[in-house]
Design a protein. Structure first.
Length: 321
């Protein structure tokens, strides 16, 4: 994990569920008895070697990230409850489990002090859900409210893929086998662009998808993935607080406003992104070309029949003509 980049969470579920009550600073110690539920279905075990690949797949489907110690008997029930909840959703979300007693560098990268800790992961960006052992009602709140909300936020951000299903693994490499099987199926002509995106070369991926579109301008999947790659290339590593501060300090700077709109898009706040740019356009007609180009990129990320896209398209047409 040497050289692991610092995460800058790009979205928040604050307001949807009171997550403050879920935080318990309890450090787990390994128990004497095992009995941890096996990976399989939509539950995988992630290692240092597969961590980055797992993060990249969160651009395709949302992930619940559980940092735990599987030999701690106090955590067995929590892991089973989360696994059952995720498996019941049939691939809408995946549970990735990391044994921090074996891979402490991952815990360090996520600034976790002990087990258990739980994150939502969407588009490569983690959102802390809890640290410490939850009470039964708190765990039920996560299952009933937080996990569905993660799926909703991912869908709003255009992340609508399905996690791969894996048979229950019985050997010590089951987690890596499950991870290696989760590469999504892509059209052959998209293979190079997809590979670059998986490696984190979003600028290269955007260029490769552009080449695909030159051959087939009607390829809507390539158009969507190109826009997502451009978005992540621009703002995937941005510090959210800095970007929002610059936008507030420079209300007439089109680049500052577009940058914060990027942050909103990555976080699934699609209507906020649209309205921010369109409100800016209403009083900054000289910047219309840049505004129009950015909105056209955004419009292909949600589903084509998304009402927010329809409203924004109508408003953009009004402002332009």
């Amino acid at each position: 994990m040497a050289g692991q980049q610092q995460f800058n969470p790009g979205f928040s579920l604050a307001g949807a569920v009171d997550l403050e009550s879920l935080k318990h600073q309890v450090k787990a110690e390994p128990g004497q008895d095992g009995g941890a539920p096996a990976a399989g279905g939509y539950v995988i075990d992630t290692t240092e070697n597969t961590f980055q690949a797992m993060v990249q797949t969160s651009a395709t489907f949302p992930i619940v990230l559980l940092l735990w110690v599987p030999t701690d008997e106090r955590l067995i029930g929590m892991a089973k409850t989360l696994g059952d909840a995720v498996n019941a959703l049939n691939g809408q979300i995946q549970l990735s489990r990391i044994d921090i007693s074996q891979y402490p560098s991952i815990a360090q990268a996520l600034q976790v002090q002990g087990a258990p800790a739980l994150f939502g992961l969407i588009g490569g960006r983690p959102m802390p859900i809890l640290q410490g052992l939850p009470a039964e009602d708190e765990l039920q709140q996560i299952v009933d409210q937080v996990i569905p909300r993660l799926i909703q936020v991912a869908q709003q951000a255009g992340i609508t893929g399905s996690a791969p299903y894996a048979e229950t693994g019985e050997n010590e490499n089951a987690g890596e086998d499950a991870q290696s099987s989760q590469e999504p199926q892509v059209p052959p002509e998209h293979a190079e662009a997809h590979r670059l995106a998986q490696e984190g070369d979003y600028a290269g991926a955007a260029a490769a998808y552009a080449t695909v579109l030159e051959s087939d301008p009607s390829d809507s999947l390539a158009a969507r993935e190109r826009s997502k790659a451009l978005l992540l290339a621009r703002s995937g590593e941005a510090d959210v607080r800095v970007v929002r501060g610059q936008a507030a300090d420079n209300p007439d700077d089109v680049d500052a406003q577009l940058a914060v709109a990027d942050i909103d898009m990555i976080g699934g706040q699609i209507e906020d992104a649209f309205n921010r740019i369109l409100d800016f356009a209403a009083s900054h007609r000289a910047d219309m070309d840049a505004i129009r180009q950015r909105l056209l990129e955004y419009f292909v990320i949600p589903e084509a029949d998304d009402e927010r896209v329809k409203r924004a398209r109508r408003r953009l047409a009004t402002l332009m003509y």
